[in-house]
Design a protein around this ligand. Structure first.
Ligand SMILES: C[S@@+](CC[C@H](N)C(=O)[O-])C[C@H]1O[C@@H](n2cnc3c(N)ncnc32)[C@H](O)[C@@H]1O
Length: 200
């Protein structure tokens, strides 16, 4: 299983909430691609963060397509069902945990609520196919994935993200991931403390 955890790099997730969400809200739908989602903690965290900052009506317009190449991460039924083990949820802040998770009949397993589960859809997808699963995303989140690729592959995948984004769409990566020089024509950096970009 790939390394990941709930609310990893909260500063970047909050940057999405504060800088990308207000723009996405005006579009009538909030369509996100989480590329390289591993065992689901990242798309579910994003969903909880968005849920905290919008009303129920608007939240129904949130759709997160969570993709990964690794079926062992993705297709474990537990993840699609939003079920995690105690050790996977114990670092979540108490208030958030209590709001969104419930224990499955004293089993030591905890399940996300229906609203959060309904907002995330999982799909197997290889980024190196260079063919996006859909187009017109308001946000592409790709964190801790591109570092495994060569510079050439990174450039090709980032061009695919550009193509998959709607006009004014956003791209977010991990703090240590730099945008290659030759792609500076495609994405506008928005912040100095998070790798959040807007499609030019
Ligand atoms: C370290 S995890 C990152 C999980 C999450 N994004 C995070 O930051 O916590 C990297 C993930 O990238 C996925 N991955 C690696 N190569 C990929 C590819 N070619 N296409 C799609 N996913 C890939 C791996 O299967 C793994 O689940």
């Amino acid at each position: 299983m790939a390394f990941t955890y709930f609310f990893r790099d909260l500063q970047t997730l909050n940057a999405v909430r504060d800088h990308a969400l207000p723009v996405m809200k005006t579009k009538g739908y909030i369509n996100i691609w989480d590329a390289g989602c591993a065992s689901g903690q990242e798309p579910y965290s994003l969903s909880m963060i968005l849920n905290e900052s919008m009303g129920q009506m608007l939240f129904q317009k949130v759709r997160i397509l969570a993709t990964d190449i690794d079926e062992s991460n993705l297709f474990a039924g537990m993840i699609r069902e939003g079920i995690y083990l105690r050790e996977q949820v114990q670092r979540i802040p108490k208030e958030v945990f209590e709001r969104y998770f419930a224990e499955e009949e004293s089993s030591g397993k905890y399940r996300l609520n229906k609203e959060i589960r309904a907002s995330v859809h999982f799909l197997k997808h290889d980024l190196l196919s260079l063919s996006p699963p859909e187009k017109g995303f308001g946000l592409v989140a790709c964190k801790n994935v591109l570092l495994h690729f060569t510079e050439q592959q990174r450039i090709a995948v980032l061009k695919m993200f550009h193509d998959a984004l709607a006009e004014d769409g956003f791209l977010v990566m991990e703090q240590t991931q730099k945008l290659p020089e030759e792609l500076q024509e495609l994405f506008q950096p928005l912040l100095s403390n998070a790798r959040l970009y807007q499609k030019k």
